[in-house]
Design a protein around this ligand. Structure first.
Ligand code: NDP
Length: 335
């Protein structure tokens, strides 16, 4: 038996509770690996799933948790053997199949990556989906010519929106470490010192960017942007992105509609780069993990991480949807 957060549906309503489950209930999958989970983590998408928002889960009962890290117990996959430390992010684990808010998980071996050298399982989860997404966003900006040197020469800062959240906190830390001048946008007054501590040079009020721009092009402020908010914020940022600059669109915490014009693209050559860490190919995923180990100061990662237990998840799942979780929240499934 193992403990898990189990979501059940009745008359269209989702209820959640911690239950003891028999291992026979884990999904039967091809080339599967069964993992004794040590840590999981809370992402924005988990908040949606725990609260039955967005129809991300189609089949109940369901065990949520889009990320987990642990130790292989049994394996039908040639790359993994009992005792190996492994990490799972993406591939719709925790949505289409059972996930990591549990003491055991079973997934296809092809979805796993070995625990990256230099990380512990706990730090891998402090990074998790938010961490590799932030890294992939930075890689996409770099691939489109955004660099600390160019940004310094041309005077544009790199903006991070939703900066006090999970993706945002890792992105601010990474960009500052890589030598960018970082502007961090937040709606939380109390997060200003936190963001400066991560390396942000400038704080931008969330409300300033959330207004719909009256003009299709405004003063060029940003050499690049990692945007986890979407909606009117993304539309606003596009009007202020400098010539040849790039915006990595990561999330939709502020809405999924996008009302913009073609002018930032036609007259300023702005690139709008979509980031998908869920179905992203394994080679790029592993490259992102390796870059995180190389580029992210681990003491800063520890400083943005808090730990909670499985039993805290239901409250925390509501808090993340309200933008009330700061940094990264690791779930110790055995606590
Ligand atoms: P968090 O909740 O940790 O962070 C989101 C942040 O956005 C909040 O902390 C808050 O920042 C800001 N925010 C929240 N609500 C609003 C609002 N209504 N208007 C403006 N800003 C708001 O979530 P994550 O960092 O885990 O995820 C961020 C987004 O990225 C989510 O939409 C998520 O689904 C998406 N995502 C996408 C991935 C991909 O592969 N594309 C992978 C991972 C996440 P502050 O308080 O600083 O203002």
């Amino acid at each position: 038996m193992f403990k898990a957060v189990l979501l059940e549906e009745s008359d269209g309503k989702i209820s959640a509770g911690i239950q003891d489950l028999d291992e026979a209930r884990l999904p039967g999958l091809e080339a599967a690996v069964t993992v004794a989970v040590e840590y999981s983590t809370l992402n924005y998408k988990d908040g949606m799933i725990l609260n039955g928002i967005g129809r991300l889960v189609r089949t109940y009962p369901h065990v949520p948790g889009v990320d987990f890290a642990g130790v292989v117990e049994t394996s039908n996959h040639p790359d993994y053997k009992p005792g190996d430390r492994v990490v799972s992010t993406g591939w719709r684990v925790g949505e289409m199949t059972w996930g990591g808010f549990a003491q055991k998980a079973r997934v296809k071996g092809d979805w796993l990556v070995p625990l990256p050298e230099g990380l512990t399982n706990k730090r891998a989860m402090a990074l998790g989906t938010a961490g590799i997404t932030a890294m992939m966003a930075v890689m996409a900006l770099e691939e489109h010519g955004v660099s600390p040197v160019r940004s310094a020469q041309e005077g544009g800062e790199v903006l991070v929106t939703g900066a006090a959240g999970g993706v945002g906190s890792v992105a601010v830390t990474l960009l500052a470490k890589l030598g960018y001048k970082v502007a961090a946008s937040t709606g939380r007054q109390e997060a200003h010192d936190y963001l400066r501590g991560l390396g942000a040079a400038t704080i931008v009020e969330r409300a300033e960017l959330a207004e719909i721009s009256k003009r299709p092009l405004a003063r060029e402020r940003w050499a690049g942007c990692v945007d986890s908010v979407g909606g009117t914020t993304l539309a606003h940022v596009l009007t202020e992105t400098a010539h040849g600059g790039s915006v990595a669109a990561v999330g939709l915490a502020g809405g999924n509609a996008l009302e913009t014009t073609v002018l930032p693209f036609l007259l300023r050559g702005v690139n709008l780069l979509g980031i998908d860490s869920v179905m992203c190919p394994q080679a790029r995923r592993r490259a992102a993990w390796a870059r995180l180990v190389e580029d992210l100061p681990m003491e800063k990662l520890d400083a943005i991480t808090e730990t909670a237990a499985l039993g805290d998840l239901l409250t925390l799942g509501q808090k993340i949807l309200k933008g009330q979780i700061r940094g990264r929240l690791v779930i110790d499934v055995n606590a």
